[in-house]
Design a protein around this ligand. Sequence first.
Ligand code: NAD
Length: 393
Amino acid sequence: MAKILCVLYPDPVTGYPPVYARDSIPSLGNYPDGQTLPTPSAIDFTPGHLLGCVSGELGLRTFLEAEGHELIVTSDKDGPDSVFERELPDADVVISQPFWPAYLTAERIAKAPKLKLALTAGIGSDHTDLDAAINAGITVAEVTYCNSISVAEHAVMQILALVRNFLPSHEWVASGGWNIADSVERAYDLEGMDVGVIAAGRIGQAVLRRLAPFGVRLHYFDTRRLPIDIENELGLTFHPDVESLVRSVDIVDIHAPLHPQTYHMFDADLINSMRRGSYIVNTARAEIVVRDEIVKALQSGQLAGYAGDVWYPQPPAVDHPWRTMPHEAMTPHVSGTTLSAQARYAAGTREILEDFFAGNDIRDEYLIVRGGELAGTGAKSYTAGGAASPGSA
Ligand code: NAD
C-alpha cells in the first residue's frame, strides 16, 4: 500500500463540475510520430471532463483505492505550513502538473525519504530538482506528447494575437467602441515574416508544420539538428546557435525545456541583438527569459509584443510585472491543460502508475530520470549537474 500525494489546481470559482460546452472530444489515433496514446488497462473518467483540478482528481481515486493505496489531493502546495509539505515526509509518489507545480526542491526531497516516483501529469519536469532526484534514486516520469499539440496550437494563436493586435482590438469593441485606427496602428500581416523556433522537438516541430501554410520564412535552432528531409519539406533554415537565429527573424517562438543551457537565455544582450519590433512567444518556461528585461524591451519598443502562458513562480504574485506590461498577450498556464489534453495525461498518469505498482518498466519515452541518471526523453532534453533548481530565480 502506497501513499500518493497529488497536487492539482483549485476547482473553478463557479463550482465543480462545470457545465460543459461540448458533449464529447474527438478520439485520436497515434501521435504524429507514431507513438501510441496512453494505454492504461482502464479509465474511470469521462474524456472531456475537467480532471486537472482538485475535484477532478485526474480520475485516479477509484483505481488507486481499489488497489488499497491512499490518495491525497490538494492544491495547497507552497510554504512550510502547506498540506503538500505536511504530507510529503511519508509519501511514496508525488503527482503534480506544471500548470500548478508542486516545486520539488532539494530541501523537500531531503524531507521525503520514502519518495520513489515524481510523476508529472503533463510535460516538463523542471519543477523537480532533477539533480536531487538523481542523487536520491527517485524516478521522474512525465506523459510525453500528451499536450504537445495543445501547446503548439496555443503558440500559433499567440503569434497571431500579437502580430494582428487582436486583444486591443477586441477590447475596443467590447467596451462599446469602433476605433479602427486605434486597433490597426500596431496590426500587421504574418505573411512574409521570418519566424524562428527555438527547439524543434515535439511542440516546436508541430508549430513549424502549422505555420508553413502562412507563407512565412521558417527558421529554427535546436541542439539536435532535424533530418534533412524535414528541413527540405518545410523549407527550414537551420541556425547553429540562438544568436544567429534571433538576428534573422521577426518572431521568436520558444519551445526548449528549462535546464542550465536555457536558463535566462534571453538576457538584455540577446534581446537587444534582435530586430527592433520583434515579437517573442514563450510557452516553454518563464525562466528561459529574464523577467524584467522583457518588461524593459516592451517599454522601449525593442520588442513589439510578448505572449506566453508560463510564469515564475506559479501562481505569480498579483503585482507580477507581466500582468501589466505593455503589448502583452499573456494567459495563465493553460495551453497544455485543455479538456482534450487532460484526458490524455490523466490516462497516461494511470498507465505510469499501473506499471510502477506492477513493477513493470515505465515506457522509455515517459522517463526523465531513472536509476540515478537521466533516462529516456530526459536524456535527450535535459542536462544534469548544476541544474537551475526550482526556486532559484
Ligand atoms: P521534446 O522533448 O519533444 O523537445 C525538446 C527539444 O528541445 C528537443 O528537440 C531538444 O533537442 C531541444 N533542446 C534541449 N535543449 C536545448 C537547448 N539548449 N537549445 C535548443 N534546443 C534544445 O519536448 P516538447 O514536448 O516539445 O516540450 C518542450 C518543452 O515545452 C517542455 O520541456 C516544457 O518545458 C514545455 N511545455 C509547456 C507546456 C505548457 O503547457 N505551456 C506543455 C508541455 C510542454
